[in-house]
Design a protein around this ligand. Structure first.
Ligand code: PEP
Ligand code: MG
Length: 396
């Protein structure tokens, strides 16, 4: 494939912040991709290039300048080859020269172009590239927001309803739960960054009491959290609702919560570099729940391999923009499966209407997909795309 044109523009994400949208044209084919943006960003993530004024002007100039120059001058046989060219062109460990946002927007649009060129649906092209069996991911529906996504109204960043089964069965259950929860919380409850409710409670347990009430009436559902504990970590302790906890004390909190409530997984239970605390918690609770690495592993194959050696987790969050290319995100999925762990594909807290992550989750056969709450269009579009994939696969 030879690219004729590489275009980019700045669009706004769900927080009203600028992000990049890139369009690639190759002969008759056109593909567009836009990239999301995190807020509770891990310090080991690839770098999202922003100008001091918050714009993405430099990243945009890299796409239409240096990247366009390097890509339009040659032929690419596979998307892997094109991603390798992007990685080499940037030349840094963390994509800090051209920007992971610039690179990923091109990488995702490239995956779309190659899918079109081979006449495959996007999820299928991803599955063939990843060499993994596809399946519908469990829905990890964000119902309540806390942490940095809601001014720490609640201590943990995400309170999630996990729904098993095919999307057309799971989504109506999630919708029912979301509506019931909204009624319980009452009118005027604010919304958090990820499109879930952002209520305030004065005990750690209260949100879980509400959630387990819902779970008890809805078959195939359970509870997950993203503690996003790097954001709770200050001066060697974890701060929750005005109380300070050591890592050991926090582990006991998790143990009590999962003993009392129907938990499925706990993401980032400790700060991003607290490796031994992860290992101890996984030894203690890993038979009962998934312990998920996000800031710990940042979708990076080498960090996943090192977490594997130390048995730090048993599931990995996969966010393509943490690493910067589709190729490396697929390698992260393969490293996760190689460890015998579960990959969970994830959006970011600042999103666009791009639904790539839905095709990615289905294509690689992820255990689950975190696509946010049902109170924001950009989140709903990911669920809608999963429904469309289900319809597509059932009529083949
Ligand atoms: C997360 O931490 O899992 C998340 C989706 O939030 P953010 O995009 O802000 O990192
Ligand atoms: Mg997280």
């Amino acid at each position: 494939m030879r690219l004729d044109t590489v275009r980019a523009r700045s669009i706004l994400d769900t927080r009203g912040r600028p992000t990049l949208e890139t369009t690639l044209i190759a002969g008759e084919l056109t593909a567009t991709a836009s990239v999301p943006s995190g807020k509770s960003t891990g310090s080991h993530e690839a770098l999202e290039l922003r100008d001091p004024d918050g714009s993405v002007a430099q990243a945009l100039a890299h796409v239409t300048g240096e990247i366009a120059g390097a890509l339009t001058s040659r032929e690419f046989a596979t998307p892997d080859e094109l991603d390798a060219t992007l990685i080499a062109l940037d030349g840094t460990e963390n994509k800090s020269r051209l920007g992971a946002n610039a690179i990923l927007s091109v990488s995702i649009a490239t995956q779309r172009l190659f899918a079109q060129a081979t006449g495959q649906p996007l999820w299928k092209a991803i599955a063939l590239r990843a060499n993994t069996p596809s399946r519908a991911p469990r829905l990890y529906v964000n119902v309540m927001n806390g942490g940095v996504h809601a001014n720490f109204q609640l201590p943990f960043q995400e309170y999630i309803l996990v729904v098993d089964g095919k999307t057309s069965d799971a989504l109506p259950l999630a919708q029912e739960a979301f509506t019931k929860l909204g009624e319980r919380l009452g009118a005027g409850v604010p919304m958090g960054d990820e499109g879930g409710y952002a209520p305030t409670f004065d005990t750690l347990e209260k949100p879980f009491e509400l959630l387990s009430d819902l779970v008890s009436t809805l078959p195939g559902t359970s509870i997950a959290i993203d503690a996003a504990a790097s954001e709770l970590f200050q001066g060697g302790h974890y701060q929750l609702l005005g109380k300070s906890y050591t890592a050991d004390e926090l582990a006991t909190v998790y143990e009590q919560l999962i003993s009392r409530f129907p938990f499925h997984s706990i993401e980032d239970p400790f700060a991003e570099d607290a490796h031994t605390d992860f290992t101890e918690l996984t030894a203690r609770l890993g038979e009962r729940v998934l312990i998920v690495g996000d800031d710990l592993t940042v979708t990076t194959p080498a960090r996943i391999a090192s977490a594997r050696r130390a048995r730090e987790i048993n599931a990995v969050l996969i966010k393509p923009n943490q690493v910067g290319t589709v190729e490396e995100a697929l390698q992260a999925v393969q490293a996760t499966f190689a460890a015998g762990w579960e990959p969970i594909a994830s959006h970011r807290s600042g999103e666009t209407d791009d639904t790539f992550i839905a095709d990615f989750a289905y294509g690689v056969g992820a255990h689950g997909i975190k696509a946010g709450g049902l109170g924001q269009k950009e989140r709903l579009e990911k669920y809608e795309r999963l429904l469309a994939i289900e319809r597509e696969t059932e009529t083949v």
